[in-house]
Design a binder for this molecule. Structure first.
Ligand SMILES: NC(=O)c1ccc[n+]([C@@H]2O[C@H](COP(=O)([O-])OP(=O)(O)OC[C@H]3O[C@@H](n4cnc5c(N)ncnc54)[C@H](OP(=O)(O)O)[C@@H]3O)[C@@H](O)[C@H]2O)c1
Length: 317
């Protein structure tokens, strides 16, 4: 078992990774900011070390002392500008990677995103978020030296503790299943299937290329509507919203965010990602690179587990 430093452990995906690492007997350190909400990892009793990816050099080196493996999951997934995304997801990743290489870390696992590749058919990333994740990958490649690297690129992740898709479940629970009027396929991945890919990445041979991670099921939005309806146990009316309306909702949310000086909950990028683009990938090479890994949770089961968790915690009534 190794000593692992995990960034982003307070977040949706990171907290599932943290739980699994502790359950497997690794010695875990999680980085936090002064503003971090640690509710998902408090019960683990792991060491919490200060680190802000937007700055922090001295803090990074201190957190890395004696660490064997870094799992870099921390990132901004919403921001007010491309510069904000770049400062954390690109430069922040570069800083942690260089400090890890200097500290003699053996392996660095970067949680990137399919957004770094871009949607199906695109030559590269098409959003500020995607460009920042791609730049993070490049910074890691430049920093490594002898350090082994594994880059994981999840597609759309969902599951317990995710609040991004909660509105979809809430409206379905009220009898309205609101989905984009789009023929684009959807390939969601349940959070524990990403977590198990990261655990497999601790011990795999270092791959030559980023590893896409997505579920086995390729659905269309009608299939999502059916599975969502079954998950919440409500036979709802399906409303198919045109992409232009999704885009407008994203714009309205962005304007609201400017007025309140917050990062927008929805934005035009997310609206386009859901209603226009498709984000599919082949996972056979990932299965070959991560011996023993394959997605275990079907979309129908994953949505049902997520709805059940939302109900248990009171997010869905
Ligand atoms: N969710 C998805 O569908 C998806 C898909 C593909 C890839 N990913 C990637 O998976 C990772 C986790 O995403 P998530 O969905 O779990 O997001 P999340 O719930 O928003 O978690 C983000 C984590 O990053 C940390 N973080 C953000 N800015 C930071 C900064 N300046 N300094 C230090 N820590 C910072 C947050 O810490 P605080 O608690 O301090 O805010 C939090 O722990 C990210 O790298 C993301 O790009 C996610």
């Amino acid at each position: 078992m190794s000593t692992v430093l995990l960034t982003g452990g307070t977040g949706f995906l990171g907290s599932h990774i943290a739980e699994a690492l502790v359950a497997d007997g690794h010695e875990l350190r999680c980085t936090v900011r002064a503003t971090s909400d640690t509710r998902w990892i408090d019960h683990l009793g792991v060491d919490l070390l200060p680190l802000d990816l937007g700055r922090a050099d001295a803090e990074t080196s201190a957190a890395l002392a004696g660490v064997d493996t870094v799992i870099h999951c921390g990132a901004l997934t919403r921001a007010r500008s491309e510069a904000e995304f770049m400062a954390v997801n690109a430069e922040g990743t570069g800083r942690v990677a260089r400090a890890a290489a200097d500290a003699g870390v053996r392996r660095f696992i970067l949680i990137s995103s399919l957004a770094a590749r871009g949607p199906d058919g695109a030559p590269g990333p098409i959003s500020p978020y995607g460009r920042s994740k791609a730049a993070g990958e490049r910074h890691l490649a430049e920093a490594t030296g002898d350090m082994e690297t594994v880059v994981i690129r999840p597609g759309g992740v969902y599951g317990p503790r995710d609040s991004d898709l909660l509105p979809l479940f809430e409206t379905a629970n009220k009898g309205w299943i609101v989905v984009p009027r789009s023929t684009a396929p959807v390939q969601p991945v349940y959070v524990t299937d990403v977590m198990s890919a990261v655990l497999a990445a601790l011990v795999c041979d270092p791959p030559d290329a980023p590893l896409p991670v997505a579920g086995e099921d390729l659905l269309d939005w009608s299939g999502v509507a059916t599975a969502l309806s079954a998950a919440v146990g409500v036979t709802g009316r399906v409303v198919r919203v045109p992409p232009a309306l999704f885009w407008t909702l994203g714009l309205v949310s962005e304007i609201g965010a400017v007025l309140t000086k917050a990062a927008p909950a929805m934005d035009r990028r997310r609206a386009q990602d859901m209603s226009v683009h498709s984000w599919t990938c082949r996972i056979d090479e990932t299965k070959a690179a991560l011996p023993g890994w394959s997605p275990q949770v079907s979309a129908a089961d994953g949505l049902a587990k997520t709805a059940e968790w939302y109900r248990d915690i009171g997010w869905l009534r």
